[in-house]
Every structure is written in structure tokens, then in C-alpha cells.
Design a protein around this ligand. Structure first.
Ligand code: NDP
Ligand code: GDR
Length: 371
């Protein structure tokens, strides 16, 4: 008998990689997608199966983490062995604009799922993975950050995720449920949402190299993040649900890098060397050299500037995780390092923008260029 998994947030970066991974393992995968006015399934379209075909192993349901009845009905119908709760309003900066909605979806959404499992009598059958985050650590208390490091959340997103973290622990202790937190540090990929800093950078660098954009505007370039590849991190999610005992785990690379260095590495992928000048809001990066004749960029052009609009009211300055527990107990080992991640993202975005340029040069409409 195939195992049955339910993924909330299946249309997101992690949901897409996880769905593919579980399907390859022989799972029947159910996913919750939101109704939207345009198709929102781009990331999983390659996995799509015609609903008229029998014995499908990928089934999508309309739903929302803010709707208890809907979640309860889906869980009752699906009777999942494993639930991966990945759905969330996941953008830290946007959570300052939509704090109440973020608390509802990211905080209470987790409670709705746990309570549905309890009320449906599935506490013994259904294992739950909760997508917790390194944002819980917020203001630095200890480095590197590990499972025992105290939390100090610094955004409405992180505060909502802190509720979700503890309600998961509480349901585990109160009702003996197999419910776990994966405290995942930043993980990126070619499927990363376009407004997170890494993807914003790799897209912009590709466009600048191909003459489709003049300048990249960023916020705090001193922020340091522990960046891994989403393909490695979704494997950890699965491992967390396959153990004898339900526990919480940090998933990280143990290496931290500034936003500025991520910018440098991305430009280096297309043969462009940068020189940074000035400080704070006055900081700029100019093109110092270009070793790739394919890209017609002018030496001395200012290609990165600071726009304080991207600063956050309260910032998380430094994240660096200690993955010792996950390596020892789960046997988890990432395949990508930061250089491999940047290479993968840049190769994908250069390809995407090249296609776009071809269309634009031919007089056709192209990608939207907001942000
Ligand atoms: P994405 O933003 O790419 O995906 C989020 C998913 O949640 C999308 O499918 C989105 O749907 C869905 N969603 C948003 N709000 C709701 C809602 N109210 N009801 C139902 N679905 C909703 O995030 P990631 O894939 O990067 O992250 C997955 C999870 O892991 C998130 O919970 C995130 O907070 C957490 N996390 C992410 C990390 C990272 O570095 N990527 C690190 C640590 C934790 P739609 O496509 O319609 O917008
Ligand atoms: P983060 O990711 O907030 O860590 O949350 P993001 O990529 O948005 O920011 C990382 C750092 O870069 C700085 N920064 C900018 N960020 C964005 N988005 N845009 C900019 O122009 C910019 N300039 C500088 C930010 O200030 C920040 O310090 C991600 C999300 O996936 C969360 O859901 C997840 O929980 C955490 O990672 C771990």
C-alpha cells in the first residue's frame, strides 16, 4: 500500500520539490492550492495529471489555511499518513504590511491542522511536519543557532511562526501526536519566489548581463544568511517524519554569507567583476571588468544601488545554523554548497531571460518586470 501525504503550500518552492520527491518514492500525494484569478500551479505543472485518468497519484484540492472547515474536510477525505504544513505568507517584509493575516495563516493555520487531526481521531495515524524557520532566532542570542538556542522573533511573520512552533510541540506533548518542527534556515533554488533576495539578485544580474535592466536596487546588504538549496532541505523534511521519535531539528549548512557577497558571486557567474564604493544608503557597485564577451556591459556602470524602501522595521542581521543534530540523527547531508546553489540559480535565470530577450527582440510581450 502506498503511503498518502498531504502537502499544504504545494504550489510554493518547497511544496513543488517535495511533491516530486514523494511521488518518486511511491507516495500518493494530495496538495492544497488556493483559488486565484490566474493559474498558480507553474511550479508543479510538470507533475499534473488529468483528473479524468484513473489511479492518479497527485490530487489537488482547493483550500486555505484560514478556513478550518475546509481543512478538516480535506484531512477527513484524504486520511493522510503524513501532513507537510508548508503553506504560509512567507515573506518577512510583507508580514509588516499584513500582520493580522500573517498571524491567521501562519500561526492559527497550524493549530487548525493539528486540531482537525485530533478531532478526526487521526492522532495515532497522521504524522505532521511543521515548516518552522530560523527567523525564530531573530535578534542574535547565540551563534551558531541550534535547537536549544532561545527565540527572539523580529517580525510579524516570525512571531506567527513562533506560535506555530509551540502549538506543534504542545500537541505532541498533550496528545502524543507525531508532530515535529523542522527549523529550516534559508533555502533557495531556481524555483524561489522572485521577491526573495537571492532570486531577485540572480534574475537582475541575468537581465543586466543581457542588457534588459540597468540597475539592481537592494536594501540591507550587510545582512548575513545561511543559504542552502531547497532540493536538499525537502529531503530533511521527509527524514524528520521517518524517525522512531518525534523531535525538532535545525536544518542548515553552517556557513553564513552577506547579501553583498551573494551579489558578487552572482555577477561572477556571468564573468562580471564588481567594485563596491560608499557606505549605507550611498553604497554602489560598479562594473570593474567583464571577462565574458557574450555580455556587452560597459566598465564603470553603476549596477547595484541601495533603496532604503527595502529596509525592514526590525532586521535579522545574522543567521548561521548548527546542523549537528540533523546530521547525526537523521543522517542528513546536503549535496549543494553556496557556490553550487548560485551556479544553479544563475544558469536557470540566464536561460529564462535569454528566452525573454528573444521574444522581446521579436516584438512579443515578455515577463513582467516589477520589483
Ligand atoms: P513559498 O512562499 O514559495 O510558498 C508558500 C506556499 O503557501 C504557496 O503554495 C502559497 O500559495 C501557500 N499559501 C500562502 N498562504 C496560504 C494560505 N492562506 N492558505 C493556503 N496556502 C497558502 O514558500 P517556501 O516554499 O519557500 O516555504 C515553505 C514553508 O517553509 C513556508 O511555510 C515558509 O514560511 C517556510 N520556510 C521557508 C524557508 C525558506 O528559506 N524557503 C525557511 C524556513 C521556513 P500560492 O502559490 O497560491 O501563493
Ligand atoms: P528572509 O529572506 O527575510 O531571510 O526570509 P529574504 O530573501 O527576503 O531576505 C534576506 C535578507 O536580505 C535582505 N535584503 C533584501 N531582501 C529582500 N527580500 N529584498 C531586497 O531587496 C533586499 N535587500 C536586502 C533582507 O533585509 C534580509 O536580511 C526567508 C523566507 O523564505 C522566510 O519564509 C523564511 O522563514 C526565512 O527565509 C528563513
Amino acid at each position: 500500500m502506498s503511503k498518502v501525504a498531504l502537502i499544504t503550500g504545494i504550489t510554493g518552492q518547497d511544496g513543488a520539490y517535495l511533491a516530486e520527491f514523494l511521488l518518486k518514492k511511491g507516495y500518493i500525494v494530495h496538495g492544497i492550492k488556493r483559488r486565484s484569478s490566474l493559474f498558480n500551479t507553474d511550479r508543479i505543472d510538470h507533475l499534473y495529471q488529468d483528473p479524468h485518468v484513473e489511479n492518479r497519484n497527485l490530487i489537488l484540492h482547493y483550500g486555505d489555511l484560514t478556513d478550518s472547515m475546509n481543512l478538516t474536510r480535506i484531512i477527513q477525505e484524504v486520511q493522510p499518513d503524513e501532513i507537510y504544513n508548508l503553506a504560509a505568507m512567507s515573506h518577512v517584509k510583507v508580514s509588516f504590511d499584513t500582520p493580522e493575516y500573517t498571524a491567521n495563516a501562519d500561526g492559527l493555520g497550524t493549530l487548525r491542522i493539528l486540531e482537525a487531526i485530533r478531532l478526526l481521531g487521526l492522532s495515532e495515524k497522521t504524522r505532521v511536519y511543521q515548516a518552522s524557520t530560523s527567523e525564530l532566532y531573530g535578534l542574535v542570542q547565540e551563534v551558531p543557532q541550534k535547537e536549544t538556542t532561545p527565540f527572539y522573533p523580529r517580525s510579524p511573520y516570525a512571531v506567527a511562526k513562533m506560535y506555530a512552533y509551540w502549538i506543534t510541540v504542545n500537541y505532541r506533548e498533550a496528545y502524543n501526536m507525531y508532530a515535529c518542527n523542522g527549523i529550516l534556515f534559508n533555502h533557495e533554488s531556481p524555483l524561489r519566489g522572485e521577491t526573495f533576495v537571492t532570486r531577485k539578485i540572480t534574475r537582475a544580474v541575468s537581465k543586466i548581463a543581457l542588457g534588459m535592466q540597468d540597475c539592481l536596487y537592494l536594501g540591507n546588504m550587510d545582512a548575513k544568511r545561511d543559504w542552502g538549496h531547497a532540493k536538499d532541505y525537502i529531503k530533511a523534511m521527509w527524514l524528520i517524519l521517518q524517525q522512531d521519535q518525534a523531535e525538532d531539528y535545525v536544518i542548515a549548512t553552517g556557513v553564513t554569507t552577506t547579501v553583498r557577497d551573494f551579489v558578487k558571486m552572482s555577477f561572477a557567474e556571468v564573468g562580471i567583476e564588481l567594485e563596491f564604493k560608499g557606505e549605507g544608503e550611498q553604497e554602489v557597485a560598479i562594473i570593474k571588468a567583464c571577462s565574458n564577451p557574450e555580455f556587452q556591459v560597459a566598465i564603470g556602470t553603476e549596477v547595484v544601488k541601495v533603496d532604503p524602501a527595502y529596509y525592514r522595521p526590525t532586521e535579522v542581521e545574522l543567521l548561521i545554523g548548527d546542523p549537528t543534530k540533523s546530521k547525526e540523527k537523521l543522517g542528513w547531508e546536503p549535496e549543494y554548497d553556496l557556490a553550487g546553489l548560485v551556479k544553479d540559480m544563475m544558469a536557470s535565470d540566464v536561460n529564462l531571460i535569454q528566452k525573454d530577450k528573444y521574444l522581446r527582440d521579436g516584438g512579443y510581450e515578455t515577463l513582467n518586470y516589477f520589483e
